[in-house]
Ligand binder design. Sequence first.
Ligand code: COA
Length: 195
Amino acid sequence: MTRQASADLTGRVTADVVRLEAMRWWHVEDAARLEGELFGVAAAWSAETFWSELARPETRWYVAALRGEDLVGYAGLMTVPAPSGRTAEADVQTVAVAPSARGAGLGRQLLGALLTRAESCGAATVTLEVRSDNEAALALYRSAGFTSIAVRRGYYADPVAPADAVVMQRRGPATPTTPTTGTTETTGTTGGGAS
Ligand SMILES: CC(C)(COP(=O)(O)OP(=O)(O)OC[C@H]1O[C@@H](n2cnc3c(N)ncnc32)[C@H](O)[C@@H]1OP(=O)(O)O)[C@@H](O)C(=O)NCCC(=O)NCCS
């Protein structure tokens, strides 16, 4: 499988266009590097953690956002199969956007892709945890219909920046995922998993 940059109708590479596709093994190294930049050494997922997630396609689904060949974002969902007589549930594992790609609707689109996936899996609820001081993420989740259902005191035990976790939940169908900038396209977001 080759990695391809986006090209417009004249064949020129359009470096500003962001596309979404299923996260695959060749995205892992860049995802781990971006993770370290965004969350710091203590909290960042390692490449091994991404490998472990991608190795469970029956319950995990990850999407990568690419601008040209550059990974500028990613998001992941865990679905919990429904026990007999009950509905399925889903958890947002992560949503992340590189600083250079923020404020253009990509975070909302990545989250929308997860919600659509959760709905297609029959999940009646989508749950997540977020640092209580992460104003951008809290606002993103609230705007997508998540509400706070609990607070876990001292959940993030980072010695430099400890924080509570806000547990948020969303019920009902997915929000339509309309790009806010017109520069985002979606391709091949089915599947996921290492290959
Ligand atoms: C949170 C994050 C994913 C948002 O990505 P983004 O692409 O900049 O977000 P969007 O442009 O799609 O913005 C969607 C909404 O999020 C909220 N938001 C985004 N950035 C914000 C900021 N700096 N301050 C307040 N609200 C913000 C707004 O409600 C915004 O809607 P609006 O543009 O209509 O006001 C991004 O800041 C990020 O990757 N942060 C670091 C990783 C992280 O904390 N992930 C969440 C872990 S739980």
